[in-house]
Design a protein around this ligand. Sequence first.
Ligand code: HEM
Ligand code: HEM
Length: 214
Amino acid sequence: MTLKNTADRWGAVSQSLHWLVVLLIATIAVIGLTMTDMSNGPSKIKIYALHKSLGLTLLTLVVLRLLWRIYAGAPKPVEGTPHWQERIASLTHWALYVLMFALPISGWVFNSSSGYPLQYFGLFNLPKIAPRGEDLAQLSHQVHEYGFWLLLALVVAHAGAAFYHHLFQHDDTLKRMLPGGRRNVRASGDVGAAPVPADLLPSASATSEHSHAD
Ligand code: HEM
Ligand code: HEM
C-alpha cells in the first residue's frame, strides 16, 4: 500500500490517521461523559487532566490530518455513486472536520474562561486562549456539549453509510479505508485508469467471477 492516497484508495497515512482519530475520540468521549459525575477529589482532577491532554493530542492530529488531506487529496468517488450521495458524503466529511476542531477548541476556551490551569500530560503548561468570564464559559461549555452530540449523530450516520455500502451495495467504500484487501474491480472508481493487458486476462467469465468473489 502506498503512503499517499491514490485515485481508488486511501493511503496508509490517511488510513492510520482516520482510525487513530476514531479511537482517540471514543476514549475522550467516554472519559468526558463519566468524569463530570465523579465526586471531587484527586482522581477527578487526574481524569479531567487526562481528558484535556488527550483532547489536545486530538487537536494536533486533526491539524496534521487536514494538512495531509490537502496535500494528498482524496480518491475518486466509488463508481456508480449518485451525485446527491457524493454531495452528502462530502458535506458530512467537512462537517466532521469542523467538529473535530470545534470540540477541542471549545474545551480549551471553556477551560481558559473558567480560569482553570492547562497542562499537557504534566509536561508543560499551555496558555489561556480566552479571557476569564462567566458568559464565555457558559457559551463555550454549550458548544462543547451540544457539539459533542452533533458529532455523535454525524458519526452514526457516517459509519451507517459505510456499512450500508459494504453490506448492501457490495462496493469498496469501506475496504478502501482499511489496510490490505483486494479491491472490487467492478465497483472501483478507476477501472478504466489501469487497463490490464488482454493476454493477462484469463477469460471474460473468469474475470466477472473474480469481481463477485472479491
Ligand atoms: C475531541 C475532543 C473532545 C471531546 C470529544 C470532548 C468531549 C467532552 C464531553 C462529552 C464532555 C462532557 C460534557 C458535559 O456533560 O458537560 C466534556 C467535558 C469537558 N471537556 Fe471535553 N472534549 C474534548 C476535548 C477537550 C479539551 C481539549 C478540553 C480542554 C482543553 C476539554 C475540556 C473539558 C472540560 C473542562 C469538561 C468538563 C465540563 C464540566 O465540568 O461541565 N475537552 N468533553
Ligand atoms: C469519530 C469518528 C469518525 C470520524 C470523525 C470520521 C471522519 C471521517 C472523515 C473526515 C472522512 C473523510 C476522509 C478525509 O477527508 O480524511 C472519513 C472517511 C471515511 N470514514 Fe470515517 N470517521 C469516523 C468514524 C468512522 C467509522 C466508525 C467508520 C466505519 C465503520 C468510518 C468509515 C469511513 C470510510 C469508509 C471513509 C472513506 C469514505 C470514502 O472513501 O468515500 N468512519 N471519515
